[in-house]
Design a protein. Sequence first.
Length: 147
Amino acid sequence: MTQRLEGKAAIVTGAGSVGPGWGNGRATAVRFAEEGAKLFAVDRDAERLRETVDRVVAVQYGARGIRVNTIVPGQLHTPMVEARLAKQRSGGDVEDLLKQRQKRIPLGIEGDGRDTANAALFLASDEARFVTGTEIVVDGGMTARCD
């Protein structure tokens, strides 16, 4: 690893996972740790605040060199798909659900928690030193498709 985040701290919310595998939070926490960040990881089951809080915090703390950004994961293949969504949406047939979801993604593949983690890694790195108060959508193009 390159230790791009050495000396940096990160708060990773949603760091748990409903099942085995690479959920968004888990993958992000692991990726940050691999790159040398000090982590504060939390997970709770409550409605999350969206871009309003993030943008307010970004403006308030920007002068102190603190950047605040949001990652918006789309339909990723995470443990939640197999533990919950397949039961809710396709009678437990995971393969059927994955095929349905993949048809809607313009890239034609389904990402996973590592894609979210890599977007987060970019935002936390020095390569994103001038990026704050924004969102990165990690959805294989679904938002751009607009249907």
